[in-house]
Design a protein around this ligand. Structure first.
Ligand code: RP5
Length: 163
């Protein structure tokens, strides 16, 4: 049995530096919640060895969730999920088809190797962090408290009228 991390870590990987503009929204939420994350550019097809090394490190260091963002023929999340049993959240990046190719490549995993897929672009990037936090909150009471506070502030910031 692996030891329980006192401070959990989330892996955040993206297929290209060009994905950072969107994926920094994920990391901003982890910063807000003071959750450790390890962010890297790793591509399933351009840097496959880097992906294998990252997964070995993630397993050795007991990362609890991996967020994988990619665009186009986006197989990063699927290949990552195939190489580990750490839960993988996929974020489809905007692309030449507005991210529809990325969405379908990420979400349409055949049965057996799941990827939990978020929305295309910024909304998905933010929600991937919040979803990872929701997973962690089941095990870490402090994170659960912070998530509940975040949700209640979120609700009170929604205007009651549209004007
Ligand atoms: C994917 O190809 C990346 O995730 C990125 O979304 C897309 C384009 O990459 P660049 O050509 O901008 O490096 O692998």
């Amino acid at each position: 049995m692996k030891k329980t991390n006192k401070d959990p870590t989330v892996g955040v990987i993206m297929g290209s530096k060009s994905d950072w503009e969107v994926m920094k929204n994920t990391c901003d939420i982890f910063k807000l919640f003071k959750i450790k994350y390890d962010v890297r550019v790793i591509s399933a097809h351009r840097t496959p060895k880097r992906l294998e090394r990252f997964i070995s490190e993630a397993e050795r260091n007991n990362y609890e969730v991996i967020i994988a963002a990619a665009g186009g023929a986006a197989h990063l999340a699927g290949v990552t999920a195939a190489l580990t049993t750490i839960p993988v959240l996929g974020v489809p990046m905007p692309s030449v088809t507005d991210g529809i190719d990325s969405l379908l490549s990420t979400v349409q995993m055949p049965a057996g190797v799941p990827v939990a897929t978020l929305a295309i672009g910024k909304a998905g990037a933010k929600n991937s962090a919040l979803f990872a936090i929701a997973i962690l909150s089941r095990k870490y009471p402090k994170i659960s408290q912070k998530l509940k506070k975040y949700r209640s502030e979120f609700e009170s910031n929604i205007p009651k009228r549209p004007y």
